[in-house]
Design a binder for this molecule. Structure first.
Ligand code: PHE
Length: 464
């Protein structure tokens, strides 16, 4: 019984679950607005560069820890620490990941709640010029926001409570195909109705005067890690259910490629449409993180009746992507609590564990809702409110630390555990390169940018 529920029962399950996890609000809501805030082409290039050089190697490290550790993120790290005569203290990586996952769950559900709400708003029709005011009034409504995020949170909790095969795998098999069809449909619509060449140019070219700043680098790395679901235990938890003969490198390659592909496709759906409707002079950085909720809602309004169809379709796509990610955000902590409740997990312990995690996430989501209204003026450094603080503390603070910790752990402590068979890397040169990146490149880079970014965002001290 326990054996069955501790492993995916087929070889595609990991691929589906990890892709469903990776492709989420980060790709369709986050990537386009961050690209827009940072001027387009250069940010996109940096993003792709960091996905390949740091994201992919650290992604493999995290999956590897799960696959070899075969347990929840904390116990997986503990098991491997023991196997390599290392201190039990390394489990702080697992705890850090779980902490990050809870905070992310807390704010992620709130954005996803907005998405569901906006599906209905755009279906009902929006007057031209009204999008900004709608957003302001939706944000101000504590109870309405609470209702929307609760639907989303408890819906994903329901899937997770049902276990990995009957819950997660089954849901992913429906959600992922839907997601890909919708993404391509939106790109097709953007190409047909929008200014495709302007969108393409915006995403892939940059002007000589564009400079690189520390904030931009931190933003690109943070975005790459967040989008790939690195650093909060999800990949460890999903990796733990991998069949023995599945290879880490191949599986990781598929997921990383799919995730990056969807981020770019989301850009190719959104920017052509917006340029087409607002004109080639439109500047994407104006709206910041309201790109989807204000700029696009206004764009759908200007499409007239058609907008009442295209708008809800877009928000439905976003909701599907967010839902499959939310499931994966809950898994590390649910797996952890399930194991803590009993040494021999049964169906019910997982349900109780999910309820406990739901309660914690609900409380955190309330704080993040309050950040939009009742506590909107409680700031810290450049972080404007508790919602921004949670987002920052999880995405830019914890994920980078956990990412660096996993690199160091695998690169320096697991030398005797790492093997080309589990990894599926037969070429010795590639294997050495991977370990070299984990030992030196990713820790130095991640910790360096962590220090610079924190000085900049919390203490407002910047060097470049
Ligand atoms: N990668 C997801 C997204 O892009 C979010 C996520 C982060 C999911 C970390 C799981 C773990 O939206």
């Amino acid at each position: 019984m326990a054996g069955n529920s501790n492993q995916w029962n087929n070889n595609t399950a990991f691929l589906l679950a990890a892709t469903g996890s990776a492709v989420g609000l980060g790709n369709i809501w986050g990537f386009p607005y961050k690209a827009g805030e940072n001027g387009g082409g250069l940010f996109v290039l940096l993003y792709i560069f960091f996905v390949i050089t740091l994201g992919f190697p650290v992604f493999m490290a995290e999956v590897f820890i799960g696959k070899k550790g075969k347990s929840n993120p904390v116990s997986s790290v503990e098991n491997l620490a023991k196997a390599s005569n290392s201190s039990k203290g390394w489990s702080i990586i697992g705890y850090g990941g779980i902490l990050a996952s809870l905070i992310i769950a807390g704010y992620y559900a709130v954005i996803a709640g907005f998405v569901i709400n906006y599906g209905f708003i755009s279906a009902g029709g929006v007057d031209v010029g009204a999008a900004e005011a709608i957003y302001t009034s939706e944000k101000a409504n504590f109870w309405e926001m609470t209702m929307w995020f609760s639907i989303f949170l408890f819906g994903s909790g329901f899937v997770v409570a049902n276990g990995i095969d009957k819950g997660i795998d089954k849901a992913m098999r429906v959600l992922l195909p839907m997601l890909f069809v919708l993404v391509f449909a939106m790109v097709g619509y953007g190409a047909y109705a929008g200014d495709f060449s302007k969108g393409l140019e915006y995403l892939f070219s940059w002007k000589a005067e564009d400079g690189i700043t520390a904030g931009m680098i931190q933003g690109a790395i943070g975005q790459a890690f967040f989008s790939l679901s690195i650093g909060m235990g999800t990949l460890m938890a999903f990796g733990a259910y991998m069949p023995n003969d599945q290879k880490v490198s191949k599986a990781s390659g598929v997921v990383v490629t799919a995730d990056t592909g969807v981020a770019i496709l989301a850009g190719l759906a959104i920017f052509p449409l917006a340029f087409g409707i607002y004109g080639a002079q439109w500047s994407p950085d104006a709206g910041g993180d309201t790109l989807v909720f204000v700029t696009l809602t206004e764009a759908f309004a200007r499409l007239g009746d058609l907008g009442q169809f295209v708008g809800p379709l877009f928000f439905f796509l976003l909701a599907v992507a967010a839902f499959s990610s939310m499931i994966s955000i809950l898994e590390p902590s649910v797996a952890f609590v399930t194991e803590k409740l009993t040494r021999n997990p049964t169906k019910n312990t997982r349900k109780i564990a999910t309820l406990i995690i739901m309660a914690i996430c609900f409380a955190l989501s309330l704080i993040s809702v309050a950040g939009h209204n009742v506590w909107a003026d409680k700031s810290l450094g450049t972080l404007e409110n508790p919602f921004e603080m949670m987002k920052y503390f999880a995405d830019d603070f914890l994920l980078l630390l956990v990412g660096a910790g996993m690199s160091i752990f695998v690169g320096w402590r697991l030398q005797n555990v790492v093997n080309s068979d589990d990894m599926g890397i037969t070429n010795k040169g590639f294997m050495n390169l991977w370990v070299f990146v984990l030992k030196f490149i990713s820790p130095i880079f991640l910790l360096g940018i962590w220090v610079l970014g924190n000085l900049d965002r919390i203490f407002e001290i910047s060097f470049f």
